[in-house]
Design a protein around this ligand. Structure first.
Ligand code: OGA
Ligand code: ZN
Length: 455
């Protein structure tokens, strides 16, 4: 880190381990204004499976148990090697791919899972001189024309077969497929226990799966003091610092640098849409909940709403996906003056056309719009249509966090808001922070292999 940089991340200190002495767990405090229908099931740790609608036995960690048949023989074609298995269809592997992925120690550094063969050693014309399958069918050895030799395990090859089934299984290992939801989520909010997450890898894996599939979790049993996000982060991901610090305290403040630091109603939003690196996952640890009415969290799946919009109003959907909007944060927080701008569409699509993220924030959206007045009116029409869908009762719900609960949401997908509370009438104290999807998925994959066996 350059000299002076640390000043940017003054709040919450460094990424180093938090060493504060921690209190004993307290009884849950606070009352909620939720009806019984809206109330989440009582803290039942590590039961995420029951919240998935699809059959997880074929879609999540059990993918790692897929059968890997042994080899029978291999025959050389023009550009590809055709491999015959004890069961199932034969598979073709391009020669150039086999050579590129040679697993011998000269070509592949296994401790780093990295190719070390130079690209200059690769040619499209590479051809085997000889290919043979081991007598037990567990491996295949290729001898190349230049005499270089490499052996491939049958299971390793089978996992990398180019057929759609294997590619789909790998896609689900890369990113678990999301399950979109509407207000029915109020009945099945995934829950986890703080202590279990700290001690039990299986509970942690379930929570990470829930985050990828459903995009939210409520963790109960955190202590009623700041610092719990640092503790939990040691198990999951580093906390991602922003101009609000490594963590930030959400309380009613004098001269607030952010509308969250007041008792005002916060519309459904994602956090920090004005950063090009919009934080991936948001954590909100409710240290003290407001004891009167208000301070409830509002939650919605922006991808579900966007998919509905695409179906019902395709033209308006495309306007939101095409017109760029400025998001801006200009204020001074604890002595740091900033003016941050990111220009992006409200609905951002992946190159495949799938919804990537929805950038919606009443408070963070700026007033500049780089379009004609007429286009601006059309954009507002589309935006308000999206909001009508978002705020219709079947598409969002409220949940009042209790003191000691941590709300974790996918900030690229799940919108959160807060009902107003009378800040002068009592205390409300939340500590916030952000995680990174790369590290969370990495943790999930490592735990999957550790707990369910490697493929
Ligand atoms: C925030 C926020 C919600 C809350 O700080 O970004 O949305 O419950 N806070 O205070
Ligand atoms: Zn927020």
């Amino acid at each position: 880190m350059q000299a002076g940089c640390h000043a940017l991340f003054r709040r919450g200190g460094s990424l180093m381990r938090h060493s504060a002495k921690l209190m004993l767990p307290s009884a849950r405090a606070g009352t909620t204004s939720l009806s019984a229908r809206q109330r989440a099931p009582s803290a039942t740790p590590a039961l995420c499976d029951q919240y998935f609608k699809r059959d997880v036995s074929t879609s999540v960690t059990s993918d790692l148990h897929r059968p890997q048949p042994g080899l029978v023989s291999a025959s050389q074609g023009h550009n590809t090697l055709k491999v015959f298995w004890r069961e199932g269809e034969p598979e073709e592997f391009p020669y150039v791919w086999l050579k590129d992925n040679c697993q011998c120690p000269a070509c592949f550094l296994s401790t780093a899972s990295s190719r070390v063969a130079r690209v200059s050693n690769l040619s499209l014309d590479v051809r085997p001189k000889d290919v043979h399958v081991s007598p037990d069918g567990e491996s295949l050895t290729v001898v190349w024309e230049d005499g270089h030799e490499g052996t491939f395990e049958a299971g390793w090859l089978h996992e990398r077969a180019f057929n759609p089934t294997q590619q789909d299984l790998h896609q689900n290992f890369y990113k678990l497929r999301p399950e979109l939801w509407n207000s029915d989520m109020s009945q099945r909010i995934p829950r986890a226990s703080f202590d279990e997450l700290m001690e039990d890898d299986a509970a942690l894996l379930k929570m990470l799966e829930c985050m990828e599939v459903l995009g939210l979790t409520v963790v109960s049993g955190a202590r009623l003091q700041e610092g719990e996000l640092h503790r939990l982060s040691e198990r999951v991901s580093y906390l991602v610092p922003t101009h609000y610090g490594t963590t930030f305290t959400v309380k009613n403040k004098a001269d607030p640098s952010n509308p969250a630091y007041t008792g005002k109603f916060l519309d459904l939003h994602c956090d920090l849409a004005f950063l090009h690196y919009k934080p991936c996952v948001q954590l909100l640890h409710c240290v003290t909940q407001f004891s009167g009415d208000g301070g409830d969290s509002i939650l919605a799946d922006s991808h579900y709403v966007a998919a509905k919009m695409r179906e019902l109003y395709p033209e308006k959907f495309h306007l939101l996906a095409e017109i760029l909007v400025d998001f801006r944060d200009a204020a001074t927080d604890e002595g740091l003056q900033f003016d941050i701008i990111a220009r992006r569409p409200m609905i951002s699509l992946k190159p495949t056309g799938e919804i990537d993220t929805v950038n919606i924030s009443t408070t963070g959206r700026d007033s500049h719009l780089g379009v004609t007045p007429e286009e601006a009116v059309s954009w507002y029409d589309a935006y308000l249509t999206y909001c009508d869908l978002l705020y219709s009762p079947e598409n969002h719900f409220t949940y009042k966090l209790e003191s000691g609960e941590i709300l974790i949401v996918d900030n690229h997908r799940i919108l959160h808001g807060r009902t107003a509370y009378q800040a002068y009438a009592g205390e409300r104290h939340v500590q916030g922070g952000y995680w990174d999807w790369d590290m969370m998925r990495s943790r999930r994959r490592v735990l999957q292999r550790k707990l369910k066996g490697s493929s």
